[in-house]
Design a protein around this ligand. Sequence first.
Ligand code: SF4
Length: 287
Amino acid sequence: MICNLCPHSCSADRGERSGSGFCRLGTLPKVARIAPHMWEEPCISGTRGSGAVFFSGCTMRCVFCQNYEISAENNGVFITPARLADEFKRLEDTGVHNISLISPTPYVDAIVEAFGIYRPNIPIVYNCGGYESVETLQRLEGYIDIYLPDFKYSDDALALEYSGAPGYVETATAAIAEMLRQTGEAAFDGDGMMTRGTIVRHLVLPNHTRNSLGVIDITEREFPGVYLSLMGQYIPHGKAAEYPKLNRKITSREYRKVRDYLFSTELDGFVQELSSADEKYVPEWDY
Ligand code: SF4
């Protein structure tokens, strides 16, 4: 397969198990963990958890990624689309509120094939880094009920330096607009669980509050009415130690500054406790 699924547009040749593109992935899904997950926003995790499928690999290469072993080093095990469909069913049978596809973009073809075999009767969540191509998102229309994109940067230079993602701001803005076009306004069931909608997530980085304020500005300007989820869970992972500005947790002062700025806007959403910056919330990659 010649791949242009994500904004890298590598036109790379991807075999079944490996490829020559930026992500180095083959087309056969590789996963690191499939299990109920309790640590998403309350309207996603609820009381029974979100049925998380953690895919290996990523279209970004964030030097600080908390999932670095699977996102950048591509650790995981291969599964076929048929097995993926079985896993959707197995997760659904545990009573989870939804199926959450985490970092799924390089495997869109296999995921659509899996839905052709089994389509869960609970919402499908697409959890991604925001660096998405509109064309690929359009292929997902009708399959995805909830989008959970990150909006990591308001500064393209940071996106390139820390995540290897050129043109991030314009690309993520166009991608989130497409997600909102598909889902429309957020909808919830009687228990407060999201059944449809888009939540934009932003992780505050140490020494980069200006970047965060810029993300809030763009979100308010471009997507009024969207839910914004502010995350303070940053811990230096991956290669963060090689970047002095990134090599610590965020301070409560930094977090307060960003949070108070968010509260001064009309945006609604979620604010994570700073105590969530703890290794115990990093899932175990037990494949
Ligand atoms: S999914 Fe991988 S191979 Fe395809 S365009 Fe993106 S980085 Fe390149």
